[in-house]
Design a binder for this molecule. Structure first.
Ligand code: COS
Length: 382
């Protein structure tokens, strides 16, 4: 459902203020401690931010994709760790249920994911199945009224705090590739689950990632998403289509933040007796940032509107993910350049963003996978 414009404007005003007054001042501490303070998580819960994309019928705000993307762009004005905290509940950790779950599964999980009482996480990647997701080896064997899971999931965002995992596992060992894969909802407290030590990463401190290991993990048969085997790969791909679109909004927001900081710095920093913003070579870098952000913002909003109109956006989501993640990488590089030495040291926070945004070309499908999807869609049916 679309919110009326006044209610939606109130929401965006609130998020913008929250980002400016509450989150931006905490960026350095979150990076230093590798943790978002609990009271901030609580405030995000109170603001309804865990349920932006969960339908109203299940306790969420039920934003359209366009509305969600606009909110995510605002969240992009601060460190990505804050969006990541709410990202899986709105995205890959809940959308499998929203898109393909049974009514019982929706009723059981979505209201708690919407309030943030539960954290959702998405377990697709494995040690030997990254870009080639359909080659995953985790198994789910039917035994009486239960499935028994065995395997390891790698680099799982929000796994350390997760209460429920959407797990892709092979139910049919004789069917290789996508068709033998099913999706499950696995409670984190199920016997036979253990977590790896959280990874130390290049950036994105405060956004915890670890492995999830299943050893004879028994889950009830009704944990199968949609109640149908063999559909799990398609569920994962549909979730990723939506996820790639919404995170692209995040990349636009990060690029805007970096550009705003660069404009301010360039107008304050003086060299050769005048602000460096007076120099045309600096202006060129600022203009390139602004131009690319405009293109990125326009494409994300267009794709979001098309998704809301029920168009197939597989290609457009890949285009957005590809362009926007590469774009913010270029913007972050220029931001370091404009800040000069100050951009390379920790205090200004620019080098932190530079490291944070490097992930975007890797997760939810590398740039090369996006290129492959775009070309495949172009060549389909020829
Ligand atoms: N929506 C719905 N169904 C989809 C789909 C989509 N976006 N993409 C593929 N499918 C379906 C196909 O139609 C096909 O179904 P049929 O067997 O009925 O024809 C099935 O899924 C298999 O698709 P495909 O043959 O395209 O699978 P591939 O193994 O060739 O892999 C890529 C496709 C490479 C695109 C996929 O593995 C991928 O996205 N990899 C990256 C994974 C990723 O993003 N990981 C990040 C970590 S998760 S946060």
């Amino acid at each position: 459902m679309t919110l009326d414009s006044e209610t939606f404007n109130q929401l965006t005003d609130t998020v913008e203020r929250f980002v400016r007054e509450r989150l931006i001042p905490l960026e350095a501490a979150v990076a230093e401690n590798d943790k978002i303070p609990d009271d901030v998580i609580e405030e995000m819960r109170e603001l309804g931010m865990f349920g932006l994309a969960i339908p109203e019928a299940y306790g969420g705000l039920g934003l359209t994709v366009e509305e969600e993307v606009r909110v995510v762009m605002l969240m992009g004005l601060t460190s990505p760790a804050f969006r990541s905290a709410i990202g899986t509940n709105n995205g890959i950790g809940s959308q499998g249920i929203v898109i393909d779950g049974t009514e019982e599964q929706k009723k059981k999980y979505l209201p708690k994911l919407a309030t943030g009482e539960m954290i959702g996480s998405f377990a697709l990647t494995e040690p030997d199945a990254g870009s080639d997701a359909a080659s995953l080896r985790t198994t789910a064997r039917m035994d009486g009224n239960e499935y028994v899971l065995n395997g390891t999931k790698r680099f799982i965002t929000n796994a350390p705090s997760a209460d429920v995992f959407t797990v892709m596992a092979r139910t049919d060992p004789d069917t290789p590739g996508a068709r033998g894969i099913s999706a499950f909802l696995v409670d984190a407290g199920s016997p036979g689950i253990s977590l790896g030590t959280p990874y130390r990463k290049m950036g994105q401190q405060g956004a915890p990632v670890c492995d999830v290991i299943f050893e004879n993990c028994r889950i009830p048969a009704d944990s199968l998403i949609g109640g149908k085997e063999g559909q799990g790969f398609k569920t994962a791909m549909k979730v990723l289509d939506r996820g790639r679109l919404t995170i692209s909004g995040m990349f636009v927001g990060n690029a805007e933040r970096l550009t705003r900081d660069s404009v301010r710095y360039a107008s304050e920093r003086k060299q050769f007796g005048k602000p460096i913003s007076d120099f045309q070579l600096v202006q060129a870098m600022l203009a390139d940032c602004e131009t690319e952000i405009y293109a990125a913002r326009s494409m994300v909003l267009d794709a979001a509107r098309r998704k809301d109109a029920d168009e197939d956006v597989t290609k457009l989501a890949a285009i957005c993910k590809y362009y926007c993640s590469e774009m913010v990488g270029r913007v972050a590089d220029r931001a370091v350049q404009i800040h000069g030495g100050a951009g390379y040291i920790s205090e200004a926070g620019i080098e932190r963003f530079y490291r944070d945004v490097r992930l975007y070309r890797l997760y939810e499908g590398t740039s090369q996978i996006q290129q492959l999807i775009i070309a495949r869609e172009m060549l389909k049916g020829l």
